[in-house]
Ligand binder design. Structure first.
Ligand SMILES: N[C@@H](CCC(=O)N[C@@H](CS)C(=O)NCC(=O)O)C(=O)O
Length: 227
């Protein structure tokens, strides 16, 4: 299977799921501006919306939308039940509820906070995102969102929270989420995915990751460290 991606973008979430579940995947980078893939394909012919991620199966079928992709991946893997409970269980509905929360209440507004076209509404948008973060911070009881198991929702949350420093969201205000970031960043499979995407840790605690060029252009001081 092929995973169309940008380094550190939301496509890192299905990438982490693949590494966690030992799913063989070929990463194909997409140029944000030209929509050409690293293999020279026209990405718009693969996903007409132009955004990542997209998963291409070995038979050529394409699945888009991160939350659908991670569920497909977990359902395809022999060991997938530890990241997504079985169909018909309430636990599965809980993970789906979290995926939906993350995609609509965090992912989309956070992506818009990167976009200067929306600058006039960034302030209220940042306040709304902070309110949602406060809610999720207060409900993180176990090491992970639903308890002991690292699920597909945890991988997705980690990826979105990793953008916080770039969009002026101070995650230090949220103790449980800050601890969550460190916990997830310490997982071997997560480190493998970060390293494969060429991401470096740039904060003292080593829990936020970005491409080195991005770190340098933002003027961060210190020595970025490969996970
Ligand atoms: N609804 C989509 C949104 C995906 C999305 O926002 N992707 C961003 C990266 S995080 C992207 O590729 N943006 C570039 C673009 O829109 O052209 C999903 O959940 O998969």
């Amino acid at each position: 299977m092929k995973l169309y991606m940008h380094a550190a973008a939301c496509s890192l979430s299905p990438h982490i799921v693949c590494r966690e579940l030992d799913i063989d995947i070929e990463l194909i980078a997409v140029d944000r501006k030209t929509h050409r893939t690293s293999r020279g394909e026209d990405y718009l012919a693969i996903n007409g919306n132009g955004y990542v991620p997209a998963l291409m199966l070995d038979d050529g079928k394409v699945l888009t939308e991160g939350p659908a992709i991670v569920q497909f991946l977990a359902d395809s893997a022999p060991d997938g039940r530890r990241m997504l409970p079985e169909i018909g269980s309430f636990g599965r509905n809980q993970v789906q509820s979290l995926l939906n929360f993350i995609t609509s209440e965090l992912h989309k507004p956070m992506v818009m906070l990167f976009n200067a076209d929306y600058a006039s509404v960034h302030e209220p948008m940042r306040a709304t995102v902070s309110k949602r973060l406060e809610w999720i911070d207060g409900r993180l009881a176990g090491p992970y969102l639903t308890g002991e198991n690292f699920t597909v929702a945890d991988a997705y949350l980690f990826v979105c929270l990793n953008w916080s420093p770039w969009i002026e969201i101070d995650l230090d205000r949220f103790a449980a989420l800050s601890a969550f970031m460190k916990r997830v960043a310490a997982r071997q499979a997560v480190r493998a995915a970060l390293s494969e995407e060429g991401l470096m840790a740039f904060n003292a605690g080593g829990s936020f990751f970005a491409p080195i060029a991005y770190i340098q252009s933002a003027g961060y001081e210190g020595s970025p460290v490969r996970p």
